[in-house]
Design a protein around this ligand. Sequence first.
Ligand code: 5GP
Length: 127
Amino acid sequence: MAYAYDDQNIFAKILRGEIPNDTVAETEHTLAFNDIYPQAPVHVLVIPKGPYVCFDHFAAEASDAEIADFHRVAAKICADLGVAPGDGGKGYRTISNAGEHPVQEVPHYHMHILGGRPLGRMLQKTD
Ligand code: 5GP
């Protein structure tokens, strides 16, 4: 695996405090903030603080502590924002785009948490 992390990406700038963000949760290893162009009433981005480009990079190279913290933060956000089905919410979708085909816009690993309205089926077939 060969990933080169670009520390000029927008989320790296957010992590350095160079660009403001609407923080939802923050821990030692993880930051979560509202998406600037929300696609649903709940649209939170969860990012590790470490320099990982996408999911497989993070899952392969981050420490167990970073990986556990990331997922615990994401799960707590689902519960806190009232979308977790286990807490009576109507559900949510997590999305993580990596690379060209899914059109990853920002090359710092992030998980989208979307909810608060019906989201339709996962993918539309285009051919
Ligand atoms: P991707 O296409 O990489 O999976 O998603 C990138 C997401 O980052 C998009 O949903 C976009 O709206 C969001 N985004 C891009 N720039 C900013 C920013 O400066 N602040 C915040 N909060 N979100 C951003």
